[in-house]
Structures are given as C-alpha cells and as structure tokens.
Design a protein around this ligand. Sequence first.
Ligand code: PLP
Length: 357
Amino acid sequence: MSWKDKLRQVEPYVAGEQPKLENMIKLNTNENPYGPSEHVKTVLNSIDTDHIRLYPNSDADELRHALAVYHGLDDDQVFLGNGSDEVLALSFLTFFNGDDPVLFPNISYSFYPVYCDLFKMSYRQVLLNEDFTININDFHQSNSGIIFPNPNAPTGLLLSLDAIEQILKNNQDSMVIVDEAYIDFGGQTCVSLIRKFENLIVIQTFSKSRSFAGARLGVALGNKEAIAHLYDVKNSFNSYPIDYITQQIALASVLDSQDMKEKCQRIIRTRERVKVQLKDLGFIVPDSYANFVFVSHPQIDGQQLFLALRKAGIIVRHWQQPLIDQYLRITIGTDEQMDRLIAFISQYLKEQGAVTK
Ligand SMILES: *Cc1c(COP(=O)(O)O)cnc(C)c1O
C-alpha cells in the first residue's frame, strides 16, 4: 500500500494558453478586447488598502443587491462565486446527486466532464445533429441533471427560449442549468423563466461581456430555495470566495451596465462582418451568437491553419478531438485585429491554392 492507492486522480481541464509573444493577436480565450467601464478604473484607483487587512463581506451583499436589481430578481435569488467555473463546480456538487447520468451535449464546454469525474458522477453526452444544433427531445431521458451553455460553446449556436422551456417541462424532477457565459452577445437570457420553473439555474460570468476575466466573478440565478442550498455548499467549502477589490469593481461594472452593452454591440457588429468575410473565403461558419466564431474550410486542414496562424502571431483555439478537429474557434477582437486575421487567411488560402469567391 502507498499514498497512491488513496489518491483522487483526475484528468484536469486544460485552459487556452496565455502565451507571451510580442505583438501577438490573442484570439484564443474569448477575452473582451475593450476592457471594463471607466467607473471600474476610478473605483480601483480609490481603494483603501485598510480594507485588504479585513475579511470581505462573505456573500458580497451590496454587489448581490445590484445584480438582483439588474436582473429583476430578489437578493436571495442571486449567488456569487470566484468565476463561473467555481459556480459551476459548486452547482454540480449541490444539484447533481442522483443515480442516473448527468446530461450535456457531446460538443460543449469541456469542463463539464471534468467536474463529473472529480465528483464521481456518471454522465452521458447527448449527440448534437451534424450541423451542431441541439435536438431537445434527446434531453428527454432519465438523468440526475442537465447542463448546457446557451449560446453553446464552442459552436456559438443559440437555443430559443421556447426550446429551453420545453427541456424544463420535460425534466421537472431534476435541475436544468443553463450556462449563459456568452448571453450578452445577442442572445435572449432565460432568467425570465425562473419565475415559472423551480428546476432552473442560470449561470453567468463577468469574464467575457464585462471584461473581468482577470478579476474572477461568476453568478448563479434561481429560485430562493435552490440558491439557499447553493450557499450551504459554498459555506461548507469557502466562506470568502470573492475578495474585497473584486466586490467593489464588479459593483461599478453593474452600475454602468450601459458601457458593457455598447461594447458588446461593437463586438457583435465586428462578428457579423467577419462571418460574411469568412464565408466569402469559403469557410463553413455556424451562426454564432457569442464573441467568437467556430469555422472550418473544406479545402484546408484545421491543424495546419492553426499552426500557420500561430507562426504569424495570431493565436486561436483548436482541439485535436474527433468531430471538431477541422474547426478553429476564433475570438472576436477589435476591427483592426480582425482585419489582420482576414488578410493573413486570404493570403494563406491563395498560397494553398484554395478556391474562394
Ligand atoms: C468562459 C466560460 C466559463 C467560465 O468563465 P469564468 O467565469 O471565467 O470561470 C464558463 N462556461 C463557459 C461556457 C465559458 O465559455
């Protein structure tokens, strides 16, 4: 016997790389190119270091209230955590405790199977259609819980509120978690369904639309009783997941949500013209509602294009996985960054002799 016989051995999630290359164009982890509101800067610059000496408010009450007002909910319907990855982990732990498998799409956020393995939950990956759309009837089978991103990652495809309502109706005996990491980029949030369905939890993040990836804040929204159970689990794990500084600057971000909406509109405009340009170059471009596009080219190898881009200092995301190994996920950056991406790809396609419009 050794300590190794008592290990909890897991295969961890691998995040997109954060390389340090000069003049690189970083389009691989869906960060927001425009940064947070000016109010965030003002608040950050005025932080009194005496607050760092003290423990923060454990449930971030002031921020929680501001978010409740923003979403039209009560304070006790809002839960906060250290990034939505932590909120997701705590939600799996709280809600997915049956004997049946947890269900999620086979092409989806690759952290979900990692949490299932970590917590020793069984799961079943529900197959998407060939065009990456979700067939909602496939989520009508026994389960211990359901989770999917909307828009889905990394495809960017959006499910309608009607479709989500149908999934909720078909699964009233288990919790359905909708991961809305990208909802501010043109989708319709399903927060309004919380009033109608007590088996719904909506998870959002400040990382993408609010440019807070480096500060770490995630949110869960749901009925009061479910959220109270989530707090019980959180308080059995970490009483202070959100530091004082993040609480203050996140509050400034919520109070200036107009700034976030304007920056998202800019990203949406850039995304829509990049979709057209990539289609003109012969790419297959699923209709993304997120701050990225997921694209493949019938005449060009995905891995080769990924490596060529990298050599040119343009970092995108590629998975060497069946079904999606010909696809690249490209974050929508500034207009100038996207111009350089398109210019490089046009030239590359010419050199490879690919036919374009
Ligand atoms: C980025 C992302 C998250 C995690 O966001 P953090 O708040 O930065 O932890 C969760 N779900 C999906 C689908 C994401 O793409």
